[in-house]
Design a protein around this ligand. Structure first.
Ligand code: KG4
Ligand code: ZN
Length: 384
C-alpha cells in the first residue's frame, strides 16, 4: 500500500486546526490557531465569536499545514474533517471548507467524530514511536472541556468500534476546571492555569466529599432512563464540586479578593505563572490544589475500577485534561500498581488538533468509508 497523505481539518470548538498525517502514523505538519485571546474576556467560549474566528483562520491555517508538509492541494490523498460533537456553527465552518476542497480537487472526503480523533491521537503517536503491538481490550478515557467519557475500543476488519461504558452525568472535568478558574478570577481556559498553580498549594487543605462527585441516578441530562445493559456503568459527575468551591468562597468571604485578582490579571496581556502567583493568596492556592486533587482522584479511581471490571490490557487517557501533570503522574503510578500500561498523547496532541482527525481518517480511507457531499454537522454526535 503506497503512503497516503491525509489533510485533517478541526473546528469543533475554539481551535482552528489543520494537519497532514502520513498513513495514520506520522505527523507531517500540525497547525493550531487558538482563539484564547478572543474568548478570554468572557471567561469561556462564545459560540458566535468562535464561528467568526474559524472563518477568519481556516484558509491560512490549511495553507500553512500544506506548506509545512511540503504538500500541495493536488498531492493530497484525502480530506478529513470533524463532523461533531461540538458547536454547530463552528463545525459548519470546517465542514463547508472541507467539502469545497474535496469537490474542487475531486478527492475523497472523510467525516470524523471528534472523540474518535482524541483516541487516535494516542494510536498515532504510539505508531510514530514504532509501537505497532496494541494489547486488547483497550479502555479509553476521553476527558476534555466537553466530555468525560469511557469507551471500550475494539478493532474490527472494517475499522474501529467503541462501546461507551461511562460518561459524565453533568459537567465534564475540563468544564469544572474552567468554571472554578473563572469563579476564582483566574481567567480562561482554567485547566492549564490550575495545573500550574496547584503545586504551590496544599492539596489536603480543603476536603471535598466523595458525595459531591456522585451522580444521583442513572438518568441522563434529558431525563430519559438509559437502557440497562449487563455491564456495570462508571459514570462521573463534576457539577457538585463546582458548587462546593462556590460555597467555600462564600463561607470564607473571598469575593472581594477575587474581584481584585480578576481586574489585576485582566490588565496583563499574557499572564505568566509569576503574575498568577503574585495575585493569589495561600488560601486560594490551597483551594486550587485541593480541587485538582479531588478531580484527579475521582477520574483515576473510577477509570481504574472500570479497567479492572472489564479486565482491560491497555488504558488510553486523552483529551485536553489529559495534559494535566498531576493526572498523568497519578494514572502512571496507580496504573503501574495494577500492572496496567497507561498511554497518553504528547501534551500538544492531548488538546484539540487536526493531526488526530487525519489519523482517525486513515482506517476509513483504507475501507473507502467516504462521506457524501450532503453530510452535515452533528453537535451531539455519538461515538459507537
Ligand atoms: O480537548 P480540548 O482541547 O477541547 C475539547 O474537546 O473540549 O479540551 C479543552 C479542555 C479545557 O476545559 C481545558 O481547561 C482543559 O481541557 N485543559 C486542562 C489542561 N489543559 C487543557 N485541564 C487540566 N490541566 C491541563 N493542563
Ligand atoms: Zn477535544
Amino acid at each position: 500500500m503506497p503512503d497516503a497523505y491525509i489533510l485533517g481539518i478541526e473546528s469543533s470548538c475554539d481551535e482552528t486546526a489543520a494537519a497532514v498525517v502520513r498513513s495514520g502514523e506520522q505527523v507531517v505538519s500540525n497547525v493550531v490557531a487558538s482563539q484564547i485571546a478572543t474568548h478570554q474576556p468572557y471567561g469561556g467560549v462564545v459560540p458566535e465569536l468562535a464561528s467568526r474566528e474559524h472563518l477568519r483562520a481556516i484558509v491560512p491555517v490549511v495553507r500553512q499545514a500544506l506548506a509545512d508538509a511540503n504538500q500541495t492541494y493536488n498531492s493530497l490523498d484525502a480530506i478529513a474533517v470533524t463532523q461533531g460533537p461540538g458547536l454547530a456553527g463552528a463545525l459548519m465552518v470546517g465542514i463547508s471548507y472541507a467539502k469545497a476542497l474535496a469537490f474542487a480537487l475531486d478527492k475523497p472526503l472523510i467525516a470524523i467524530n471528534h472523540l474518535e480523533g482524541h483516541i487516535h491521537a494516542v494510536l498515532l503517536e504510539e505508531r510514530q514511536k514504532g509501537n505497532h503491538d496494541l494489547q486488547f481490550p483497550v479502555l479509553a478515557l476521553v476527558v476534555s472541556g466537553g466530555h468525560t467519557h469511557l469507551y471500550l475500543a475494539a478493532q474490527k476488519s472494517e475499522g474501529w468500534t467503541y462501546e461507551n461504558i461511562g460518561h459524565t452525568r453533568d459537567d465534564a472535568a475540563g468544564e469544572a476546571f474552567d468554571k472554578v478558574a473563572k469563579l476564582l478570577g483566574l481567567g480562561y481556559p482554567g485547566g492549564p492555569i490550575i495545573d500550574r498553580l496547584a503545586p504551590h498549594g496544599d492539596p489536603s487543605a480543603v476536603k471535598f466529599l466523595p458525595a459531591q462527585m456522585k451522580h444521583p441516578d442513572r438518568r441522563d441530562r434529558r431525563g430519559q432512563k438509559e437502557a440497562e445493559t449487563d455491564r456495570p456503568r462508571f459514570d462521573f459527575s463534576y457539577s457538585g464540586i463546582k458548587t462546593a468551591v462556590l460555597r467555600y468562597v462564600e463561607i470564607h468571604d473571598m469575593r472581594h479578593s477575587i474581584e481584585i485578582r480578576r481586574k489585576a490579571l485582566a490588565n496583563v496581556s499574557q499572564p505568566k505563572l509569576e503574575d498568577y502567583l503574585a495575585n493569589c493568596d495561600q488560601q486560594t492556592l490551597d483551594l486550587v490544589a485541593s480541587f485538582q486533587r479531588a478531580i484527579v482522584e475521582d477520574l483515576v479511581g473510577k477509570t481504574l475500577a472500570a479497567a479492572r471490571s472489564c479486565d482491560v490490557a491497555t488504558l488510553f487517557v486523552t483529551g485536553g485534561v489529559a495534559a494535566n501533570n498531576e493526572l498523568r503522574r497519578t494514572f502512571e503510578r496507580e496504573g503501574a500498581q495494577d500492572g496496567l500500561p497507561v498511554q497518553f498523547p504528547s501534551r500538544s496532541l492531548s488538546t484539540d488538533n487536526a493531526a488526530m482527525i487525519a489519523a482517525a481518517a486513515y482506517p476509513k480511507f483504507l475501507a473507502k468509508d467516504f462521506a457524501s457531499m450532503d453530510f452535515s454537522a452533528d453537535a451531539s454526535l455519538l461515538l459507537r
